[in-house]
Design a binder for this molecule. Structure first.
Ligand code: FES
Length: 510
């Protein structure tokens, strides 16, 4: 059966509400070797913020991206600038203790203030709006979680208010509100920051993929075209770090996908940003498209590569929108990928003790606007030799804790299972079984292949094996991609890389 979008006006491939503006900015690929003070890999919120901060402080910086700047997770977020991260503080207290949980809150609040002050000082027009953030529950189990989270807020001194109703157009059992948080248009904000970076002498190179890193005192990045970027400091802010070192980052990160609709509703959406404590989680906020209100409806998170019928994720959000918010029309729909760390706190700092000038930032747990900004501040301060109060909290080498250790074992077991499961699976279909705009693993001339049949019936075949560490890929029917269940690499139907850590495209088959 063809996918549902064929009967709607939505584009074939999911696209984000934030993305169209990125076309205004364009940068050339790197075409020669270059020496600078700092190299940043990955032009999302962390890479751009760190580049801006470093260049402003006189560190000559080059920022590279394998695709377009702002084309990754930052261009696909719900763009809430808040330290209310769903159900997190109760679990942080259990995992890392009260003191560190409070630091996490403060780091995210400091990041929120940084964004607001930067918008003001540079005069950026990015739909920045102060909003209260609500964690709400409609179910009894959600209600218990909201109450427990509120108790955690009280322990940590987080200023919040317990409520038995919200401005939402459907009833809730309970909610906790943190006042004066914010929302914005992330691509408008970061495009201006990028322009500021370039006008103060920074370099940006798009379509420049880093494939290797030389770990010497003056680390050099080698690009897919063979050019070298030599520097004193390297920051890898490309989401899943492409090199692993001995830091075992691959084993310490769990890739997760989530889904968002931007939709029109027949009645106005109220003020505020919302996230549910109920399962499945729903994330809500309003935004503007050409001066008119749209509502962002997010949720349906799952581990990357562990769900094939992802079209159903969009359908579930659509059903929620129709039933609860009087949704009339979907304007955009898209998905995004983020990584979770073992203890719920991002990694930002030197990748290992032996490599103090090679930094990573990753693992924002779906809260990249504040965590990503905080990570950029931590790393740029380290490069500038300044003490940052959250350096230890975010350190990739922080000592493990019990919860994290259990999670570590579970995750490696899951990854190993995915690897073995993929290798043993033998349920390959034939090419004729594939419908229009569908993909599947097939056998062609006795060889296994990943096949996609486009709406016109043209077939593309790739080798469905991840080029990172060899796990079998799974078809993702909502986003029309080949996804890796092991560490989250994703490839389009032609085998080109959509998400790392893979640095090589898939082999195309005839
Ligand atoms: Fe690591 Fe695919 S992303 S094996």
């Amino acid at each position: 059966m063809p996918n549902q979008h064929l009967q709607t006006e939505l584009p074939l491939y999911p696209s984000s509400l934030w993305r169209p503006i990125e076309n205004e900015l364009s940068f050339p690929p790197l075409e020669e070797s270059l020496k600078v003070d700092a190299v940043i890999v990955g032009a999302g919120i962390t890479g751009i913020t760190a580049a801006y901060l470093l260049q402003k402080a006189g560190v000559h910086t080059a920022l590279i991206d394998a695709r377009k700047a702002l084309g990754g997770t930052t261009g696909h977020t719900t763009a809430k600038i808040t330290s209310q991260h769903g159900l997190i503080y109760e679990s942080l207290i259990k995992g890392i203790g009260e003191e560190k949980a409070q630091e996490y809150y403060k780091a995210n609040e400091a990041a929120r203030s940084f964004i607001e002050e930067t918008v003001q000082s540079l005069g950026i027009s990015c739909q920045l709006k102060t909003q209260d953030a609500f964690l709400y529950a409609s179910s009894s189990s959600g209600d218990k979680k909201v109450r427990a989270e509120y108790e955690a807020y009280k322990k940590l001194g987080i200023p919040a208010e317990f409520m038995e109703s919200t401005p939402l157009p459907f009833p809730v059992k309970s909610a906790v509100r943190i006042k004066n948080q914010a929302q914005f248009h992330p691509v408008e904000y970061l495009s201006d920051l990028l322009k500021e970076f370039v006008s103060s002498g920074g370099f940006v190179f798009e379509h420049t993929r880093a494939v290797e890193i030389d770990k010497s005192e003056n680390p050099a990045i080698t690009t897919a075209e063979g050019h070298k970027l030599t520097s004193r400091h390297v920051l890898i802010s490309s989401h899943y770090p492409f090199p692993d070192f001995t830091g075992l980052q691959f084993a310490k990160l769990e890739p997760e996908r989530s889904y968002i609709l931007a939709a029109k509703t027949s009645r106005p959406f109220p003020e505020g940003m919302y996230i549910s404590a109920d399962e499945p989680v729903r994330s809500l906020r309003s935004a503007e498209e050409d001066g008119e209100q749209v509502v962002l409806i997010g949720g349906e998170d799952h581990k990357t590569g562990q769900m094939q019928e992802t079209e159903k994720c969009y359908e579930a959000l659509e059903e929620f929108g129709r039933e609860q918010l009087d949704m009339t029309k979907i304007r955009y729909r898209w998905s995004s990928q983020d990584l979770k760390t073992l203890d719920g706190v991002p990694y930002a700092g030197p990748i290992t003790k032996q490599h103090p000038n090679i930094f990573i930032t990753t693992g924002y747990g779906l809260w990249g606007m504040t965590n990503g900004t905080a990570a950029a501040q931590v790393v740029s301060d380290a490069i500038l030799g300044k003490k940052n109060p959250y350096e230890e909290l975010y350190s990739p080498q922080r000592p493990g804790n019990k919860t994290a250790a259990v999670q570590f074992i579970k995750q490696n077991t899951d990854t190993a299972k995915e690897f073995v499961k993929g290798k043993l699976k033998r349920s390959y279909e034939g090419l004729d079984d594939i419908g229009l705009d569908e993909g599947a693993k097939v056998k062609v001339n006795g060889q296994k292949a990943g096949a996609y049949k486009d709406p016109a019936g043209n077939i593309t075949l790739v080798k469905p094996v991840c080029t990172h560490m060899g796990c079998d890929l799974e078809w993702n029917n909502g986003d029309r991609s080949w996804d890796c269940p092991c560490h989250g690499s994703r490839f389009n139907t032609d085998g080109e890389i959509l998400e790392g850590p893979a640095v090589k495209p898939l082999t195309k088959l005839d």
